[in-house]
Ligand binder design. Structure first.
Ligand SMILES: Nc1nc2c(ncn2[C@@H]2O[C@H](COP(=O)(O)OP(=O)(O)OP(=O)(O)O)[C@@H](O)[C@H]2O)c(=O)[nH]1
Ligand SMILES: [Zn+2]
Length: 204
């Protein structure tokens, strides 16, 4: 007897479960089922390529963050400088793990170098890669802070995300709000915290 719920062998589940290519055939199959389930006709002209090609390709792109081989190379340069590096206004798009709907906004990052600085574009590349997965905002904020700390061998890192969740805006409570989260690794001085806050304020 089955209630129609797909079963799978949980013993196969590991932390590295997603660390491989997506299964495009399975994505196509699942999308077709979804279209069926909402009463759509997967065979109609406008939808055939949707489930066959577009949605699988989109999910492959939107889940790149699971794949370590797509982690950006963080080119660093030796430096004597130990002044805080602040980068604000990095666009961020991710997917909430509760509703599979996007949350999006901006990320701000700051780090105090310890002998090396990273190429500026790499900060935005890292944020983009890290956000391409199913997550919640607080965990993503911490993941970015810890990931950058490791990649840049920084003395201290701070990350702030300011986002809107479509699961709140276009369904459920239907409230278009802003959620701000912050994570730090190491200690920023009071001066550095002020600089980070002022840079974020100047962005708005
Ligand atoms: N803390 C946190 N909550 C999130 C995030 N994304 C979505 N949520 C919330 O996760 C909660 C899930 O609550 P549930 O009651 O299980 O789900 P639901 O019945 O769909 O709840 P509603 O969204 O209130 O309709 C909701 O309150 C969402 O707003 C996130 O990134 N961080
Ligand atoms: Zn959600």
């Amino acid at each position: 007897m089955t209630d129609g719920t797909p079963t799978h062998d949980e013993s196969d589940e590991t932390d590295d479960e997603h660390d491989g290519p997506v299964d495009r055939d399975q994505l196509a199959h699942a999308t077709r089922l979804l279209l069926d389930a909402i009463g759509e006709d997967p065979g109609r002209d406008g939808l055939v390529e949707t489930w066959e090609r577009r949605v699988p390709a989109a999910y492959e792109e939107l889940t790149r963050g699971y794949r370590e081989d797509e982690r950006p190379t963080m080119r660093t340069f030796d430096t004597d400088a130990d002044d805080l590096v602040v980068k604000t206004g990095i666009p961020i798009y991710s997917l909430c793990e509760h509703h599979l709907l996007p949350f999006h906004g901006v990320a701000h990052v700051a780090y105090r170098p310890d002998g090396e600085v990273v190429g500026l574009s790499k900060l935005a590349r890292y944020v983009k890669w890290a956000s391409r997965k199913l997550t919640v905002q607080e965990r993503l904020t911490r993941d970015i802070a810890e990931g950058l700390d490791e990649a840049v061998a920084a003395d201290a890192v701070a990350v702030e995300l300011s986002t809107t969740h479509l699961c709140e805006a276009m369904r459920g409570v239907e409230a278009h709000t802003t959620t701000t989260s912050r994570a730090t690794v190491g200690d920023l001085s009071a001066d550095e915290r002020d600089r980070f806050r002022d840079a974020i304020a100047a962005e708005h």
